[in-house]
Ligand binder design. Structure first.
Ligand code: TYD
Ligand code: MG
Length: 437
């Protein structure tokens, strides 16, 4: 008697029909049939089955003190910048999604990781769905990857899983999740979701650390990102930042989020940039107005970065405010403070503010640098090149304390900046301007 019901796996919207697109959240192909039995067991239906209750599980409740903490079983990838983002290394059975635009270097870095794993004595399987084994061999040889790497050429999900079940590896790379074939069209939301769930079950059952590659389209999403992100343990994104590649985590069940790993794409693959401050400051135009060095924090790591501002006269009544790599709302507030508290005339100027090097850092500690760079650009006087600055700016123009100040100052000194301007040394933006400009 009970009717079949369909539920959107993205948002939980219920319908009597499977809809192509969810009217509630807009997801495509997201309806899944919910069986009357499933609903009855969930306690929701009027059917007779609602009274069926499973036997209680005697092990369902356990005292916290008796839980086995599992111990520290991580293993390092051997690539320090990656381990930093992972939170110290991979965890056995962990499932990770590595997202990024085509060509950013996902396959390259994973071949390099696979090689490190092989050299640690682990068995590694690389599912080659994107490129032919011949292409992979050519690239792998260039990267110096061990010939012991096993390539899996099967992209039909069930067959592939059966092959893996027969002899599970310790480390698995699936390149990419969008190439796997299921009953649904490859790359579709349902296919990606089903493949991710099946691979996650496999990874957990056999404690296989698994990295799923997911292409991000120009619009900036992996097909079905919400579905995947819910299922996997960690989501990493690789993106281009100027001449660099930056790896970040947006979710990590076994580690921090907000950490950043910096790489450079070289002839021999992805090379770590162990000293990002120096790398990002390398092209700094010393002595140019509008340029200042800021001490920022990205995850646990402090960085010295160049911040640039440019001001240009405009005939239009609404001047442009363009910021790159920064929180534009914070930049707007700093500009308002400069106009109102320091009487800097910005009314007929377009203002551009840019974190040099292509990085994106949303950090209140960059406020003071924004204020000084814009002031310097407007009045056309440079800021001394041996200064590095940090501080949040309040609405009254006061310079406020920031998170991780000690770490930032240490990084400033390490990067060679003798003179530092920070909360406590200056009380407000006006004093900072008097000191530097
Ligand atoms: P790739 O890893 O194939 O990107 P993705 O898997 O994210 O699509 O990297 C593609 C680009 O990287 C390609 O344009 C060539 C370049 N590349 C190098 O510069 N050096 C190298 O050692 C390798 C392997 C690739
Ligand atoms: Mg690739």
């Amino acid at each position: 008697m009970a009717k079949t019901q369909y539920t959107c796996v993205e948002c939980g919207y219920k319908s009597v029909k499977a809809l192509g697109r969810c009217p509630n959240c807009g997801a495509w192909d997201s309806f899944k049939e919910e069986s009357p039995v499933g609903r009855a067991l969930a306690g929701g239906s009027r059917g007779g089955l609602a009274k069926v209750r499973p036997l209680p599980n005697p092990d369902a409740v356990v005292r916290l003190g008796e839980v086995d903490p599992g111990g520290e079983t991580r293993f390092e990838s051997g690539i320090a910048e990656l381990d930093r983002v992972l939170g110290g290394g991979f965890v056995p059975g962990e499932v990770l999604l590595l997202g990024g635009e085509p060509g950013v270097g996902k396959s390259t870095i994973l071949l390099q990781v696979a090689d490190r794993m092989l050299r640690q004595g682990k068995r590694v399987i690389y599912l080659a769905g994107e490129e032919s084994p011949g292409q992979i061999r050519l690239r792998a040889e260039r990267l110096g990857v061990s010939g012991d790497l096993e390539l899996l050429r099967e992209t039909e999900l069930e067959t592939m899983l059966a092959t893996l079940e027969a002899a599970p590896p310790e480390f698995l790379v699936v390149d990419s999740i969008q190439t796997l074939e299921t009953a649904s069209a490859p790359g579709s939301l349902v296919a990606v979701r089903d493949a991710t769930s099946a691979l996650t079950r496999f990874a957990k059952a056999h404690r296989v650390t698994t990295v799923l590659v997911g292409h991000v389209t120009k619009e900036g999403v992996v097909a079905g990102p919400k579905v995947i992100e819910h299922v996997v343990d960690a989501t990493l994104y690789l993106e281009t930042a100027g001449n660099f590649r930056v790896l970040r985590s947006t979710k990590n069940r076994f580690g921090p989020v907000g950490e950043m790993g910096v790489f450079r794409m070289e002839e021999a693959g992805m090379e770590e940039v162990a000293n990002p401050s120096e790398a990002f400051l390398a092209e700094r135009p010393v002595g140019a107005p509008g340029s200042v060095v800021a001490l920022t924090l990205s995850g646990e790591r402090a960085l010295a970065l160049e911040l640039q501002a440019l001001a240009a006269r405009t005939p239009f009544p609404a001047p442009r405010r363009v910021s790159q790599g920064l929180d534009s709302r914070r930049v707007d507030v700093v500009l308002a403070v400069l106009e109102r508290r320091l009487e800097l005339p910005l009314g007929n100027l377009d203002v551009y503010v840019n974190l040099a090097g292509g990085l994106r850092v949303f950090d209140a500690g960059l406020d003071l640098a924004v204020a000084l760079a814009v002031y310097s650009a407007v009045v056309g006087k440079p800021i001394p090149a041996d200064f590095a600055v940090v501080g949040e700016v309040g609405l009254a123009g006061e310079v406020r304390s920031v998170e991780g100040l000690e770490r930032r100052l240490r990084e400033g000194k390490r990067a060679g900046f003798e003179r530092l301007l920070y909360p406590g040394v200056v009380r407000n933006v006006e004093e900072a301007v008097k000191r530097l400009i």
